[in-house]
Design a protein around this ligand. Structure first.
Ligand SMILES: [Zn+2]
Length: 187
């Protein structure tokens, strides 16, 4: 296990554009492993490089139905159907808000060896690909909320214990705890 601390909203690494991967070496393989272990330890369905402080265009995902990673990802929306549903972010622990995303897409990229990867996704996996690709451009799901919901979300962020304490990093176990506490509150 190589679980890494999770960077939180307020850390500038989450607002920077991540760099394309150009070297396919052991370090990249280790990054994919670290991201996967940290995502699982945090109880998430996706995680991008910047969330553990690495400004490279890599993300991992595990929706339960599909798991993997994508290096230098891009996607093309298929059709015009949208989905609106609750979304959260491990870097903004304990909060969830409805976000509208494309329902279907075709994702492309390469794996840690540099081999081409391409797949079609719908529903949760499509949502995940859009959320994680946003991370690589310094975009957070808060930016995708309607103005009224965004206002409410920003208030909730400012009232969060971690934000009030000026924390910009949290252990994966703490993120998982905040996440399950929030799930109990909303159920
Ligand atoms: Zn996120």
């Amino acid at each position: 296990m190589t679980v890494q601390p999770v960077r939180l909203f307020g850390d500038p690494v989450l607002r920077a554009r991540a760099d394309e991967v150009t070297t396919f070496d052991r370090e990249l393989r280790q990054l994919v492993t670290d991201l996967t272990d940290t995502m699982h330890a945090s109880g998430g369905v996706g995680m991008a490089g910047p969330q553990i402080g690495v400004g490279l265009r890599v993300f991992v995902y595990d929706t339960g139905d599909a798991a993997g990673h994508l290096v230098n990802p891009s996607y093309e929306v298929l059709g015009e159907e949208e989905q609106t549903g609750p979304e959260g972010c491990l870097s903004i622990p304990g909060l969830r808000y409805d976000v509208t995303r494309a329902l279907r897409l075709r994702a492309r990229g390469v794996d840690f060896r540099g081999a081409a990867v391409e797949f079609e996704a719908a529903g949760l996996l499509a949502r995940c690909v859009q959320h994680e690709t946003d991370h690589l451009d310094g975009v957070l799901y808060l930016d995708r909320l309607t103005p009224a919901t965004r206002k409410e979300a920003m208030r909730a962020v400012r009232e969060s214990t971690w934000f009030t304490m000026g924390k910009t990093v949290m252990s994966a176990a703490e993120v998982a705890t905040a996440k399950s506490a929030a799930a109990e509150r909303s159920s």
